[in-house]
Write a protein that binds this ligand. Structure first.
Ligand code: NAP
Ligand code: MG
Length: 502
C-alpha cells in the first residue's frame, strides 16, 4: 500500500481488506472447491494487499443451481414494488458505505478517488435506482387479431407476458468494478432474473463488498451469487453452462468471440459489451479551448482503461498548431500517482503485464514513424504507471491507431477536408464502433457526421456522456445489444404470446 493509502483508509476498509474473501453462493460465504487462490495487488505499488478465493467449474455449477432454484422460489412471487425496493435499498447501502466502496475501488483498480466517486457511487447508485423504478413498469401488450374463429360466437383475446429470461451469467472486467456490477444487476433484478456474477480476477474486492451489501439489503438466497475467479476456468464454465439462459459479458472483443462460441451448446442468449477505439473529430470551427478540455478526459479518464476512451483524435489541419500546443500543455499538467492523492488525475495501469503491452504499442508507434509529443515512457518508482502520451503524425495503418491500447495513449491524425463522408470514413476505419464525438459549432456538420459515424453512441461537443437512461453499446466488433435505458431491459426479458378463445 502507498503512504497515501495508509493515511486515508477507513477502519471499515481495513477490516474488509484483511478479512477472508470467499464466494457468495445462496447468500452464504463459502470456500472454493479446488479453485485457485487469487492475489489481490495494489497497482499503485505492486504489493499484494489481500487474497481471494477463485471459483472452480464445480463452484459455478453450484452457484447456477442456487440461481435456478431462486428463480422459481419466493423471488418469482415477489411484487415488482418489493423487487424495486430491494434494488433501491442496495443503492442506499452503497451510499451509506460510500467511503469504503470508493477506497476499495481505488485500492483494487488504482483509479483516482474522484473517478471512484463518479463511477462507484454516483453512476452506480443512479443506475440501480433507475432500474428499481422499472420493476413495476414492464408491460405486455393486448393485441387485436384477425384470426377467424372456428366458433362464430367465440371472441379472441391475445396478450403478451414479459417474463424474466431466467438465470443470467454475468462476466465483468476490472476497469470499473463497482459500476460494471451495478450495470449487470439493475436490469436483471428489475426483470426478475437471477444471477451468477463472475468478477474479474484482478479486482475482486469492491464486488465482494457489494455482495455483502446485497445480503444486507435482503435479496433472497440464490438471487445474486458473486464469484471471483479466473476467466479461463470460472468464466469459461459460466459461458458454456447448459443451465444458464443468458450471458451478459463485458470485456475484450477477443474473449467476446469465445463467449459466442461457448453459447452454442444450449443456444443461450448473449449480450456483449466489448472494446473500442473511439474517434474524437475536431472540425476547424470548434471552440479550441473547450475541445481540448474535452479531448483530454475523453482519452485519459481511468488512464485510458476505458472502453469508450476517445483514443483517436482526428483534427482539422487549420487548427492543428494551436490545438496540439494546448493539448500537450494540458496533458503534461495531469498529475500521475496514487489514486488516494486528491490531486492525481492519472492512476496506474492495472498490472505490469498491461503496462508492458502499452509501452510496446508506444514503441511500435515510434518505430512506425509517429512523433511522441509528450509522455511515452513508464514512470514512478513502484507500481504500474505510464505517462499520459500523445502520439502525433500517425497513419491509419499504425498499430496504435488500429488496436485498443487500454492505456493513456492518444493518437493524432489531421485532415484538411470538410467533406463529411471523407471524415466519417476515417472515423470508421477500425473494427470497432463503440463511441465517438464531434466537436464543431456548425450544427449541420455535426448532425451529418453523427449520422455517418458507425458507433453505438456519438456525442456532439462532449464525449462519452453516459447516463443510466441512455442506451449504451457497440456496433461492429464493439458488441451485440444495448445496455442502459429502456432498451437495456430487453435482453433480460422473453415474450410469451397468450391466445384465448373466450
Ligand atoms: P477480458 O480479458 O475480456 O476479461 C473480461 C472478463 O472476462 C473477465 O472477468 C475475465 O476474467 C473474463 N474472461 C476471460 N477469459 C474468459 C473466457 N474464456 N470465458 C469467459 N470469461 C472469460 O477483458 P479485460 O482485459 O479484463 O478488460 C478490458 C476489456 O474490456 C477492453 O477490451 C475493454 O474495452 C472492454 N470493456 C468494454 C466495456 C463496454 O461496455 N463495451 C466496458 C469496459 C471494458 P479474468 O479477469 O479472470 O481474465
Ligand atoms: Mg483479462
Amino acid at each position: 500500500m502507498t503512504a497515501a493509502a495508509e493515511a486515508v483508509l477507513s477502519e471499515e476498509t481495513r477490516r474488509f481488506v484483511a478479512a477472508e474473501h470467499q464466494l457468495l453462493i445462496n447468500n452464504e460465504w463459502v470456500a472454493a472447491r479446488g479453485g485457485d487462490r487469487i492475489p489481490v495487488i495494489d497497482p499503485a505499488t505492486g504489493d499484494q494487499v489481500a487474497e481471494a478465493e477463485g471459483a472452480s467449474a464445480a463452484d459455478i455449477d453450484r452457484a447456477v443451481a442456487a440461481a435456478r432454484t431462486a428463480l422459481n422460489g419466493p423471488w418469482s412471487r415477489m411484487s415488482p414494488a418489493d423487487r424495486g425496493r430491494l434494488i433501491w435499498k442496495l443503492a442506499d447501502l452503497m451510499e451509506a458505505h460510500g467511503q469504503t466502496l470508493c477506497e476499495l475501488e481505488v485500492l483494487d483498480n488504482g483509479m483516482p478517488m474522484f473517478a471512484a466517486q463518479v463511477g462507484a457511487l454516483q453512476f452506480a447508485t443512479n443506475y440501480l435506482r433507475y432500474y428499481a423504478g422499472w420493476a413495476g413498469k414492464i408491460l405486455g401488450d393486448t393485441i387485436p387479431t384477425s384470426r377467424p374463429s372456428p366458433d362464430p360466437d367465440a371472441e379472441n383475446l391475445v396478450y403478451t407476458l414479459r417474463e424474466p429470461v431466467g438465470v443470467v451469467g454475468a462476466i465483468i472486467p476490472w476497469n470499473a468494478p463497482a459500476p460494471m456490477m451495478a450495470v449487470k444487476l439493475g436490469p436483471a433484478l428489475a426483470t426478475g432474473c437471477t444471477l451468477v456474477l463472475k468478477v474479474a480476477e484482478l479486482t475482486p474486492l469492491t464486488n465482494l463488498f457489494m455482495a455483502r451489501l446485497l445480503v444486507e439489503a435482503g435479496f433472497p438466497p440464490g438471487v445474486v451469487n458473486v464469484l471471483p475467479g479466473y476467466g479461463h476456468t470460472a468464466g469459461a464454465a459460466l459461458a458454456q453452462h447448459p443451465d444458464v439462459d443468458k450471458v451478459a459479458f463485458t470485456g475484450s472483443t477477443e474473449v467476446g468471440k469465445e463467449i459466442v462460441r461457448a453459447s452454442a451448446g444450449n443456444l443461450k442468449r448473449i449480450t456483449l459489451e466489448l472494446g473500442g477505439k473511439s474517434p474524437v473529430v475536431v472540425m476547424d470551427d470548434a471552440d479550441v479551448d473547450r475541445a481540448v478540455a474535452g479531448a483530454i478526459p475523453a482519452a485519459f479518464f481511468l488512464s485510458g482503461q476505458n472502453c469508450m476512451a476517445g483514443t483517436r483524435l482526428l483534427l482539422h489541419k487549420k487548427i492543428e498548431a494551436e490545438f496540439l500546443d494546448k493539448l500537450t500543455q494540458g496533458v503534461r499538467a495531469l498529475k500521475v500517482g496514487s489514486g488516494f492523492d486528491p490531486e492525481v488525475i492519472i492512476g496506474p495501469l492495472i498490472s505490469d503485464q498491461q503496462r508492458q503491452r502499452v509501452l510496446g504499442l508506444i514503441d511500435a508507434a515510434r518505430s512506425e514513424g509517429a512523433e511522441i509529443l509528450t509522455g511515452g515512457a513508464a514512470t514512478g518508482e513502484r507500481g504500474f504507471f505510464v505517462q499520459p502520451t500523445v502520439a502525433a503524425g500517425t497513419t491509419s495503418q499504425m498499430r496504435v491507431v488500429q488496436e485498443e491500447v487500454f492505456g493513456p495513449v492518444l493518437s493524432v491524425r489531421t485532415f484538411d477536408t470538410c467533406d463529411v463522408d471523407e471524415i466519417a470514413a476515417e472515423a470508421n476505419a477500425t473494427v470497432y464502433g463503440l463511441s465517438g464525438s464531434v466537436w464543431t459549432k456548425d450544427l449541420s456538420v455535426a448532425h451529418r457526421l453523427v449520422k455517418r459515424i458507425d458507433a453505438g453512441q456519438v456525442s456532439i461537443n462532449c464525449h462519452a456522456a453516459i447516463d443510466p437512461a441512455t442506451p449504451f453499446g457497440g456496433n461492429k466488433q464493439s458488441g451485440w445489444g444495448r445496455e442502459f435505458g429502456k432498451e437495456g431491459l430487453e435482453p433480460y426479458l422473453k415474450t410469451k404470446a397468450v391466445s384465448v378463445a373466450l
